[in-house]
Write a protein that binds this ligand. Structure first.
Ligand SMILES: NC(=O)c1ccc[n+]([C@@H]2O[C@H](COP(=O)([O-])OP(=O)(O)OC[C@H]3O[C@@H](n4cnc5c(N)ncnc54)[C@H](OP(=O)(O)O)[C@@H]3O)[C@@H](O)[C@H]2O)c1
Length: 249
């Protein structure tokens, strides 16, 4: 990926990993567009970074994704990078039925949105130079955390989708990059509880380094381990990680 001169739409660019990378891309000389559902975060970003495009859109909804495509490509026709980064993490117990609207939203944000947005933007991106789609997966794409069962399944599926997207677009001038974080200290899940991970700035710097090297699958720490271990080691890590986390899940 060329690291300057792009116009980059980052879903979930309003906090955490998305915002940390948005700042770095901006410093490298890229036009940044972010979208999220939190008005206050978007207003704060607009104040701090007046040149960035900000979009209040809930990407769990198909019609909002269509509007996001229409308005971003109208406002910034040069848009050449789609970064599917937004995600949510919930902790449903699988023997306690919840309304499908709650369970389904995690699937819609983490998986439905990247698939739909990639397809919505594909034709637009095919016509651009240096076009890129980045998808944020997870170390849990390869070994699931039972405590976050739907989240882990969406990230496994997004890893799979990223591989097929790259294959289907292999003859188009479009690069498909997977960003696979380990645990990073952000507000993912329950705010202020996700504190046992990698420092956000250290992590964001490592992603930029991976992009500079031209990596197509950027893994770090735990996600490098889970992406590369043998099937036997996967079983061992699955058991030790999940037994350590909880005995009730
Ligand atoms: N932190 C980790 O340990 C970790 C590990 C592996 C993978 N990841 C992945 O990294 C990505 C970023 O997560 P993060 O850790 O940076 O968490 P975060 O700080 O909670 O950021 C999540 C972002 O997603 C946006 N978002 C959530 N629901 C949305 C919706 N319906 N429509 C539009 N935007 C929405 C949020 O914006 P609003 O609040 O404005 O809606 C926010 O900007 C996610 O895909 C996550 O799964 C994180």
């Amino acid at each position: 990926m060329q690291l300057n001169g792009n116009t980059i739409l980052i879903t979930g660019g309003t906090s955490g990993i998305g915002l940390a990378l948005a700042k770095r891309f901006s410093d490298l000389g890229n036009q940044i567009l972010v979208c999220g559902t939190n008005v206050k975060k978007l207003e704060e970003i607009q104040k701090t970074y007046p040149k960035w495009g900000t979009y209040l859109r809930d990407i769990s909804k198909a019609d909002e994704r269509e509007k996001l495509f229409q308005e971003t490509t109208k406002d910034f026709p040069e848009l050449n990078v789609l970064f599917n980064n937004a995600g949510i993490q919930r902790y449903p117990k699988l023997n306690e039925l919840e309304p499908w609207t709650d369970l389904g939203k995690e699937i819609d944000v983490n998986l439905g949105a990247p698939i739909h947005l990639s397809m919505l933007f594909a034709k637009h991106l095919f016509a651009k130079k240096n076009a890129v789609i980045l998808n944020t997966t997870s170390g849990l794409s390869h070994i699931p955390l039972a405590y976050a069962p739907v989240y882990s399944a969406t990230k496994a599926a997004l890893h799979s989708f990223t591989l097929t997207l790259r294959f289907q677009f292999r003859n188009q001038p479009i690069e498909v990059i997977e960003v696979s974080p380990p645990m990073v200290d952000t507000d993912l899940g329950i705010p202020n509880t996700h504190t046992a991970g990698l420092n956000l700035d250290v992590y964001a710097d490592s992603v930029i380094e991976g992009l500079k090297k031209g990596d197509l699958e950027i893994t770090t720490g735990f996600s490098t381990v889970t992406a590369n271990v043998s099937r036997e080691q996967k079983n061992e890590i699955f058991l030790s990680m999940n037994l350590a986390r909880s005995t009730s899940n």
